[in-house]
Design a binder for this molecule. Structure first.
Ligand code: FES
Length: 121
């Protein structure tokens, strides 16, 4: 089970241990359960309010950073200029995250230790 460190210039860093079953939970759900104040609005991958920057601190799983981008995540990140079509195409080939930018309401954690930076705009 992974450790997730939530880091923000506005709040004290907090590391939470994602318990069994959390592999189906989004970063936003885990943040809410642990009283981490990540901004959000729609909660459904459409508005981009929950934009976060994520990096892996697990040396064996560099650049995985959660399950692949959802279709909604791809659209919003592209609209926000955080990801290019070339990066999207490459992601389909190698399953590596092309960008550190993610939507907290869409990103489902994997078994890897990550740092989630918020707010990140
Ligand atoms: S809260 Fe709207 S995209 Fe995540």
């Amino acid at each position: 089970m992974p450790n997730i460190t939530f880091s923000s210039p506005l709040h004290k860093d907090k590391t939470v241990y994602a318990v069994a079953g959390s592999h189906r939970k989004t970063v936003l759900e885990i943040a809410k359960e642990n009283h981490i104040p990540i901004d959000f609005s729609c909660g459904d991958g459409e508005c981009g309010t929950c934009l976060v920057r994520v990096h892996s601190i697990d040396k064996n799983q560099l650049k995985r950073m959660g399950h692949p981008l959802t279709e909604r995540e791809v659209k919003v990140l592209k609209d926000l200029g955080k990801i290019t079509q070339a990066q999207i195409d490459q992601m389909a080939i190698d399953d590596l995250m092309p960008s550190e930018w993610r939507l907290a309401c869409q990103m489902v954690v994997r078994d890897e230790d990550i740092v989630v930076h918020y707010p990140s705009r």
